[in-house]
Design a protein around this ligand. Structure first.
Ligand code: UDX
Length: 424
């Protein structure tokens, strides 16, 4: 079986590489010349730990190739994974324009039976639409099956998540495609949920939304903890040990960001509305998430004497979380914009992510030099291990605002800092 992956972003590249690991030959197709050029040379156009090494390995072994030749790629492959973006449209719904374009191209060029698999996160009912788009652009009727097989990988741990997933969800509507998908995943050792495309599509949204809900729950609790003088980390630990709740996604912070949660939660809310239902619990989660950086900014202002105007603030971390250079919907950028609106002087550092918003420095020391405060925004490991005394020596005032609750208040205070965490 030859596999074609359409869209060579995070999801597409990871999907291609894990199937190479399973012994398949994979072709990656993209319209973006820059991406294809880099990938053809064995180079990644984004940062993901371990991925470039794996790409180089399969590139050299001849297991993976990249192309811009749509017609040839579609004709030569039996299984086609659609991994293109599904960005949030103006109305909060997922914009399916790229999925539609790709489907029409598949219809135009396919000349024998194909299994088309949607990996991108797509609204419930999209598999049916994909089949219609393909059929409507075929020159003559050729049979096909559309399968939903959502990806649950996280940026920063994409390879581990994709190679050893908690579960694989496969939504098919024919015995033939079910057999092919079983064969494709036969070397994965985890539960496989075999279901219909609709259920599979909904599982993905329900999972991401549930995780976002957990984060907003603990973030809203952190505000109550704040007035009650309670460390929210103690609450996370105390409730997370209950296996029915689980310890993951209970770390209070500046709110969830990234390319998935904000978009998927909104799209799920819209799906419910479209069908005359509501997901009010998720609407509240979105509201809490939007308020969380404002809550933290208020704490910063309070500690600095009521204003940040003309204060020099060193933002550590730009990416929406550690181990990625992705700044999409990053709470850090939200906070920077708010600080600029309030006339603060902002300097920044990130180990890999970049911004043009404010001056960025190659080292933490340079970023915090002359600063009134450090504001920790991303949970990079190197920020957990910073030489705080050396930083304090070059700062104007030793304030440390920990938007990730990742440092120990007692320890930081003992070094002469004024430490302010999310709830303590
Ligand atoms: C997410 C899902 O986890 C993944 O299954 C799906 O395929 C894509 O979306 P990702 O966007 O890479 O993955 O990030 P994730 O690790 O889930 O974190 C999302 C956001 O929540 C980040 O901003 C992170 O910092 C934040 N977060 C996470 C918290 O604030 N607290 C937590 O306890 C966990």
């Amino acid at each position: 079986m030859n596999i074609l992956v359409i869209g060579t972003g995070y999801v597409g590249t990871t999907t291609g590489l894990i199937f190479c690991e399973m012994g398949y030959r994979v072709t990656g197709l993209d319209v973006d010349t820059r991406k294809i050029k880099a990938l053809k040379e064995g180079k990644l156009h984004f940062f993901e730990p371990g991925m470039e090494e794996l790409l180089m390995k399969h590139h050299q072994a001849g297991n993976i190739s990249f192309t811009k030749e749509t017609e040839k790629a579609i004709k030569e492959n039996d299984i086609i994974f659609i991994c293109v973006g599904t960005p949030m449209g103006e109305d909060g719904k997922a914009d399916l324009i790229y999925v539609k374009n790709v489907s029409e191209e598949i219809g135009r060029y396919m000349d024998d039976y194909k299994v088309i698999v949607t990996k991108s996160t797509v609204p419930v009912g999209t598999a049916e639409k994909v089949a219609k788009w393909i059929e409507s652009s075929q020159k003559k009727p050729i049979s096909l099956d559309v399968v939903s097989n959502p990806e649950f990988l996280r940026e920063g741990s994409a390879l581990k998540d994709a190679l050893t997933p908690d579960r694989i969800v496969i939504g098919t509507s024919s015995e033939q495609s079910r057999k092919i998908m079983r064969e494709l995943y036969k070397n994965f050792h985890c539960p496989v949920v075999e279901t219909t495309p609709k259920v599979s599509e909904m599982i993905k949204y329900a999972a991401n939304s549930f995780l976002a809900l957990k984060i907003s729950y603990i973030n809203e609790l952190s505000r109550l903890c704040d007035v009650l003088g309670i460390n929210v980390k103690d609450i996370s630990k105390g409730i997370g040990l209950d296996h029915r709740i689980g310890a993951h996604f209970l770390q209070a912070g500046l709110g969830y960001g990234g390319s998935c949660f904000p978009k998927d939660v909104n799209a799920f809310i819209q799906t419910a509305k479209q069908h005359g239902r509501s997901l009010s619990i998720l609407e509240s989660a979105v509201k809490v998430n939007e308020e969380q950086p404002v809550f933290f900014l208020d704490k910063i202002k309070q500690a600095l004497g009521g204003t940040v105007e003309n204060k020099t603030l060193a933002i550590l971390g730009l990416s929406f979380k550690a181990n990625t250079d992705d700044t999409r919907e990053s709470p850090s950028l939200l906070l920077i914009n708010k600080l600029l609106e309030e006339k603060a002087i902002v300097k920044t550092h990130d180990p890999v992510a970049k911004t043009d918003l404010v001056p960025q420095y190659p080292s933490v020391l340079e970023a915090v030099e002359g600063a009134d405060a450090i504001i920790l925004c991303t949970d990079w490991k190197e920020y957990k291990e910073m030489e705080l005394s050396a930083l304090k020596a070059v700062m104007k005032q030793p304030y440390l605002f920990d938007g990730r609750n990742m440092l120990d208040k007692k320890l930081v205070d003992s070094l002469g800092f004024h430490y302010v965490g999310i709830a303590i």
